[in-house]
Write a protein that binds this ligand. Sequence first.
Ligand SMILES: [Zn+2]
Length: 327
Amino acid sequence: MFDLTAEIYHDADKAREHLEAIHWPHGPFCPHCGNANPERITKLAGKSTRPGVYKCNECRAPFSVTVGTVFERSKIGLHKWVLASHLYASSKKGMSAHQLHRMLGVTYKTAWFMAHRIREAMKEDVTSSGPLGGEGKTVEADETYIGKRETPRVSAQRKGRPYTKKGKSGGAQKRIVVGLGERGGKARMFHLNDATASTVRDVLVRNVSRDTTLYTDSSRLYTRTGEEYASHKTTNHAAGEYVRYEGAETIHSNTIEGVFSVFKRGMVGVYQHCGEAHLHRYLAEFDFRYNRRTALKVSDAERAEDLLRMARDKRLTYRRIGEADHA
Ligand SMILES: [Zn+2]
């Protein structure tokens, strides 16, 4: 729960102070040169200066808390950004740009760009958060298909059969998503242009520790790579086997299928039109919430705070969307 009437959602100065408390727990630091010496940072004050502007006496550049975040240079009041961030952090199936546009009183276009910047902030830095799994841990891997009808090629891939191209390639290609879910832990989803043993292996070895017990279905996508793991157990979905008991082990991929199912319900109900180029951001959004779910004892407020914290150092990535002049 969060209190919609709180000042940080209605007052840009309060929102800025909220952001400062999160980003600068030990006082301001200069995002240009890294100077954090309070003696060498001056808070600018005066009629011509916006509140919240500081000057670095090392590199002489002015800065505020939003410099280096996805909120930088936005014309939208910071309180609207904070409110939108909290809404996205706490809406289990996400929120459409249309709804955001109506709730914030901004144009649809602006709401759309805001939502994508927020998703950019939600992106996990996989390098610093480390791999999933580890000794004594289990990770389920599976793939799913988002969108339109399957092409024969995708269908063959899904069934683990070789595909031989016959005639013209036609029909809309389904989007392939590979998901990894640690039992009782975190999940990560990835959009692949092509699901092959090699592209799937690439995702696995980058994201799952080799000491892990791996559970998948019997798709050939995982056979060889599975051998690189501490243990690899499969269920045969094609033969109707979804769970198998082996000693103390319960082999299934219900964890990652549950993650897929929340994602799909969100995509159908909220995000009807998602361009392929943006799919990775929607995946990041759903991963973000799942990895901070209530079952892991994360509150809505903590999740929203995480999002605001992660808004830093994302600006370069988001600039590539080519939306710098909007919002
Ligand atoms: Zn500086």
